[in-house]
Design a protein around this ligand. Structure first.
Ligand SMILES: NC(=O)c1ccc[n+]([C@@H]2O[C@H](COP(=O)([O-])OP(=O)(O)OC[C@H]3O[C@@H](n4cnc5c(N)ncnc54)[C@H](O)[C@@H]3O)[C@@H](O)[C@H]2O)c1
Length: 329
């Protein structure tokens, strides 16, 4: 079996490559390198530079590498950018997926895992989000993930492909410093960025209906998330997994922004008080997964703590900072 991992040079994709190869699976990565870093991949993993929008390249890769399963992570992922450029997000995230699914169906590939997101739920106002909680995304990014799930399931039914849609919650941490998330789009790197600039972290709103007034999220270590992909890939290979497996990938535990900033202070030693700023439009007060279905269907559950996420992310951040400083000298 060979697995094609699209977005394999990305933050999460590189971790998935590592989990899969570590478990003895053969993989090939495809990435257009718009955000990916080839150096995140082990030297013995082939990397094809190409886009999910390029059907001819996809067909060639599937045939040349005798691909039997796909883990599709390649996508644009910035919410604010999706609000400003919705057509680009639909074209790349949904259009790219359609092109890939055509190639997959034609090549006779029968296993497909799709990177979905908690963004499909929008702002559901429930204590724990289950997979039966209605999906109502509140931005074009979340819409492309929900439309992507519909497309994956429809193509699965039409072509006899066993599919899984993994709805990731808030991803953080790194399995090794060189695999860390270098973009400043999620809360952990955003706080690191402020501290590195000698500025206090910012909290957007402390008057939400939550225990300490700040937003509550479900943070998952990227190494746990990568292991969930391995478990899903193996489950789809069982033979009795026809149909679709859609599930949340989270820890099932809420952590407030204040609690996370406290954990970051403990790791970095910089415990300055955060600045409280007005709420940002579109931030849900609480988004915490029920992790029961993944446990039941995959026998998978997250093992790593918030401290491990912050600590490993901080090591990665410092390595990245040191490399940037050397480059600019
Ligand atoms: N990071 C998170 O917190 C999070 C949460 C939920 C879901 N996701 C999803 O997980 C997936 C991976 O996210 P990430 O955080 O690793 O982002 P990332 O930007 O680091 O990785 C995405 C990778 O895909 C590549 N890529 C983008 N468009 C492509 C295309 N059309 N063809 C080929 N390659 C392309 C990029 O170069 C990049 O290497 C995405 O689908 C994202 O929507 C991420």
């Amino acid at each position: 079996m060979t697995w094609l991992i699209t977005g394999g040079a990305g933050y999460i994709g590189a971790h998935v490559v590592r989990s899969m190869t570590g478990a003895g699976e053969r993989v090939v990565a495809l990435d257009d390198l718009s955000a990916g870093v080839p150096g995140r991949l082990p030297a013995d993993v082939p990397l094809v530079r190409g886009s999910s929008l390029d059907g001819a390249t996809l067909k060639r890769v599937l045939a040349e590498h005798e691909v039997t399963g796909v883990l599709h992570l390649a996508a644009r992922k910035q919410v604010a950018e999706s609000v400003a450029q919705p057509t680009r997000y639909y074209r790349e995230n949904v259009g790219g997926l359609a092109t890939l699914l055509d190639a997959v169906a034609e090549a006779g590939v029968r296993r497909f895992v799709f990177s979905s997101s908690a963004a499909v739920y929008g702002d559901p106002r429930v204590d724990l989000i289950t997979e039966d909680t209605p999906c109502a995304p509140v931005n074009p990014y979340g819409e492309t993930k929900l439309a992507g799930e519909w497309l994956v399931r429809a193509a699965g039914r039409a072509h006899g492909i066993a599919t899984a849609c993994l709805r990731y919650f808030n991803v953080a941490g790194a399995a090794a410093p060189e695999l860390a998330d270098t973009g400043v789009f999620n809360i952990v790197p955003m706080v690191f960025d402020r501290l590195t600039r000698d500025e206090a972290p910012r909290v957007f709103g402390d008057d939400y209906p939550t225990p300490d007034g700040t937003c509550v999220r479900d943070y998952i270590h990227v190494a746990d998330l990568a292991e969930a992909h391995l478990a899903a890939a193996r489950r789809l290979s069982d033979g009795d997994a026809a149909g679709d497996l859609t599930m949340n990938i989270g820890r099932g535990e809420g952590v407030s922004v204040r609690e996370l900033i406290t954990a970051i202070g403990e790791v970095t030693g910089d415990k300055r008080a955060p600045l409280v700023e007005p709420r940002r439009p579109g931030d849900a007060p609480r988004a915490v997964a029920s992790a029961a279905r993944a446990r039941e269907l995959l026998g998978w559950s997250a093992r790593r703590s918030v401290h491990e996420m912050v600590d490993s992310a901080w090591r990665g951040w410092r390595l990245h900072q040191a490399r940037n400083t050397t480059e600019h000298q």
